[in-house]
Each structure stands twice: as C-alpha cells, then as structure tokens.
Write a protein that binds this ligand. Structure first.
Ligand SMILES: CCCCCCCC/C=C\CCCCCCCC(=O)N[C@@H](CO)[C@H](O)/C=C/CCCCCCCCCCCCC
Ligand SMILES: O=c1ccn([C@@H]2O[C@H](COP(=O)(O)OP(=O)(O)O[C@H]3OC[C@@H](O)[C@H](O)[C@H]3O)[C@@H](O)[C@H]2O)c(=O)[nH]1
Length: 404
C-alpha cells in the first residue's frame, strides 16, 4: 500500500466513524428529548417556591414587544419581580414598559434607565444595575423577544434542584406569519435542538442565554455579572462557571418562545453567522467538528468514504443519508413542537432543504472576518471569546442609572 492509499484509508475510516457518531447524536437527542419534554413533574407547594427576579434588558421596540412583555405580568408564579432596563432615556421601549407597569399595579416591576459599563458586552452592561438591585437569589435573564406561557416560570423553577445552578430554556420560536418564521422554527427545532439536547444529555455546555434561570450565589463567586462583560457570549461563560463550580445545568421542559415582531431570513442569517463567530473564537475545535455535524457536508464525506471502503454507490449512499437525516429531523421537530406541525409538511421540507444547503455557506461566511456587529454596535472578537469595541461610541451611553 502506498502512503497515499494509507492516508486515504485512514481518512475514509475516520469519516465513516464520524458519520456513525452523527447518527448517535441524533438518537441521543431524540431519546433525551422524548424523556425530558414529556416527563411528569409534581407541582411544588407555593410556600416552598423561591422568589425570582426577572431581568429584561431592552433595546428598542418591535411590533410584538408589548404583547411579549405583557406575558411576564401574567405568570402563575407566587413571588417574583420584573426588572426592565434600557440603556438610553430616549429608548422607545420606556413608554411600552411604563404603560404595562401602570396596567398591572399588583405586579412588582421596575424600570432602570441608563447603563453601567463593565465591559464591551452591551447586554451585560444593560443588566448590571437590575442585577445588583434584584431582591431574590434566583435570577432569570430573559431577552426582549421572549414570550412566556403562564406556567413557564414555574417550570423553570421546578428544574432548580440543589445540584442544578442554571436552568436553560432550549431556544425555539413561536409560530408567526410567513416563511421566515417557518425557517427559524425549522432551524431551532432540528439542528439546534439536536445539539442542545444531546449536549445536555451528557453534560456538555451548549448554553444559549436568551431565557435562563440561575442562582445568584454562583455568579457572585465569580465576581457577579460584571465579570462576564468582557465576553460577547456571556451565556457560554456563565454556564462554564456553573459547571466549574461542580453544579449541573438543567433544561426547562418547555422551550423558549422567541417572538420578536421583526424578522427576516437575512436578519436570521446575520444572527447565525454572529453566533458561529462566537463559537469558533471560544471553541476552535468546532471549526472542524461543526461542518462534520452538518447533513450535506457529512453526507458528501461519508458517501465518499463508503464508496472507498465498501465499494458502495456514493450517490445511492448520499440519497439514503439525506433521507434518513431528514426523517430524524422531522421526528426531532415533532418532539420539540409537542404536537402537529404549525405549517404543511411541504413547507417543512422546503425550509429544511434550504437550511441544510445554506448552512455550509453560513459557516464559511463566519470565517470572513473577526468583526461582529450586534444591534448596530461593532465588536472585535479575540480567540478565547473576549471582545473589544474597535471604536468609542459617538454618543456615549447614559451611565447614571435612574429607577422608575
Ligand atoms: C464527527 C462529528 C462530531 C460532531 C460534534 C458536534 C459538533 C457540534 C456541532 C454544532 C454545534 C452547534 C451549537 C448549537 C448552537 C449554539 C447556539 C450558539 O451559538 N449560542 C451562542 C450565543 O447564544 C452561545 O454563546 C454559544 C454557546 C456554545 C455552544 C457550544 C456548542 C457545543 C455543542 C456540542 C454538542 C455535541 C454533543 C455531543 C453529544 C455526545
Ligand atoms: O447592546 C445590547 C445588545 C443587546 N441587548 C439585549 O440583549 C438581548 C439579546 O439581544 P438579541 O436578541 O439582539 O441577540 P441574540 O438573540 O442573538 O442574543 C443571544 O446571543 C448572544 C448572547 O450574548 C445572548 O445572551 C443571547 O441571548 C435583548 O434583550 C437585547 O435587548 C442589550 O441590552 N444591549
């Protein structure tokens, strides 16, 4: 055997084993998802439930902001406060929040205007004051576009056991109008759910901080929220600190319903590229592993490997690979959705095919440069996940915080 033949054989075996590993991840995610999302949890008596401070960092308004925020005033949870924060006194979200606070006088809610700059991360800066003012030791961080069901907070708290210091809501999307919404739902209900569920099944950090509940003492041991302002992916580093302190990460039984009223495929792609940039800077091994967890790329690689090793038709194997992957993703979606599809099977197929074929392009795009734009603010990303602001803001944000 020549050197080239030996190298090709090793590569083919590695790719074939890699593809088996991908099937294992599918199976693990499905079995964990079924067990987790459908498990029965006994309700805790009200007097045993901890008080919860919900922090809502806001920036601007979208057509669903009011109705999304209103769901936080309607939770069936006995003891909680809502701490809204905006970074500028001109933010139009102020009017929305004030009108809701007036409409629900019985709900303990405050609005913080102005930020405290502790690092580059705008979301962290926006949350420092409400974090410091929070009454309770259980803290929920909840992004502006999240919509809650009445029972969501109770379900999050139900997962907060003495060993668990962080409860994540797996990201998903509320059903909205149009194909862009279908596309987002299919992404979060297939690829993202598969990775999130399988990672959680084996205790790997796959955190997405759009809706999470955490124990304040664990963050305070790290220096509080302030310590995470230097990272853009504060969610990943908070989860890492939780694991390093020997705690577990729990998963809420209901996924997070993102329901922002402004959405398009282009905006969504920008967000996926930004997230990929974050992941690759924090975990460079994902630069190689992530493409191998994608249906089309692994399909091509495994088909070549199977033809090389077993003389099986590469085209036939590729078609079987894509078909099986699609069926498993369809099952995954049904598990996450907990019921029938909110759109037709044909739309699912189109959205799935589009996502799977565009994904390699998005991964490639994320390598184009190390600049990240988030909510009109530019950041420069460093290896290890640390970010800097390349230029000082033209109008410095308001730093004296007032409370309404
Ligand atoms: C031969 C193939 C091996 C495949 C290995 C699996 C490689 C992982 C592939 C994809 C990772 C997708 C990550 C899901 C999206 C995370 C969303 C996200 O980027 N969120 C950021 C912003 O909120 C957040 O800051 C980043 C968090 C870091 C996520 C790290 C993901 C690691 C996931 C590993 C899953 C492997 C499961 C293995 C189970 C045995
Ligand atoms: O400068 C900013 C940027 C964002 N934010 C707030 O941060 C939250 C998340 O913002 P977006 O919805 O734009 O961003 P994403 O959904 O992509 O965020 C996600 O990725 C990056 C992580 O750090 C976040 O924890 C995660 O939620 C919103 O509530 C937004 O109002 C700020 O308060 N200031």
């Amino acid at each position: 055997m020549s050197f080239v033949e030996i190298a090709a054989t090793i590569l083919a075996v590695a790719l074939f084993l890699g593809s088996l590993f991908d099937w294992f991840i599918h199976a693990l995610a499905l079995s964990f998802g079924v067990r987790h999302f459908y498990k029965k949890v006994e309700p805790q008596p009200d007097e045993e439930l901890p008080g919860v401070s919900i922090i809502k960092p806001l920036m601007g308004v979208d057509p669903h902001l009011k109705s999304n925020l209103e769901t936080f005033f309607q939770l069936d949870y006995p003891k909680y406060e809502i701490l809204f924060s905006v970074q500028s006194e001109n933010d139009p979200a102020i009017l929305v929040v004030k009108s809701l606070i007036e409409s629900y006088p019985k709900v303990d809610a405050k609005l913080f205007i102005g930020i405290q700059i502790v690092g580059a991360n705008g979301k962290v800066n926006n949350m420092v004051k409400p974090y410091e003012a929070a009454k309770y030791d259980a803290i929920v961080i909840s992004d502006s576009g999240i919509k809650m069901e009445e029972s969501t907070l109770s379900q999050m708290v139900a997962e907060l056991t003495p060993e668990v210091a962080l409860v994540l809501q797996m990201p998903f999307v509320a059903t909205r109008k149009g194909f862009a919404s279908t596309y987002e739902q299919v992404y979060f209900g297939t690829m993202q759910a598969r990775n999130c569920l399988s990672a959680n099944a084996v205790g790997i950090n796959c955190s997405t901080g759009m809706s999470c509940l955490l124990r304040r003492d664990v963050l305070d041991k790290e220096g509080g929220l302030t310590a995470f302002g230097k990272y853009l992916a504060e969610d990943y580093f908070i989860a890492k600190a939780v694991l390093n302190q020997g705690y577990k990460i729990g998963l809420c039984r209901t996924p997070a319903l993102q329901n922002c009223g402004q959405y398009s495929i282009g905006q969504f792609h920008d967000r996926l590229v930004r997230w990929a940039q974050l992941r690759f800077s924090m975990l460079p091994t994902l630069i190689v592993l992530e493409p191998l967890s994608e249906c089309m790329l692994m399909g091509v690689a495994a088909s070549w490997a199977v033809q090389y090793l077993f003389d099986f038709s590469a085209m036939g194997y590729f078609l079987l690979h894509v078909l099986l992957w699609f069926l498993l993703d369809y099952l995954m979606f049904r598990v996450v959705m907990g019921g029938p599809l909110p759109f037709s099977k044909f739309e699912f197929l189109v959205a799935w095919l589009l996502r799977e074929t565009l994904s390699p392009y998005l991964l490639l795009t994320s390598h184009r440069n190390t600049n990240v734009t988030w909510r009109n603010k530019k950041y420069r990303l460093r290896w290890g996940g640390v970010v800097e602001e390349p230029e000082a803001p033209k109008s410095p944000p308001l730093q004296s915080v007032s409370v309404v």
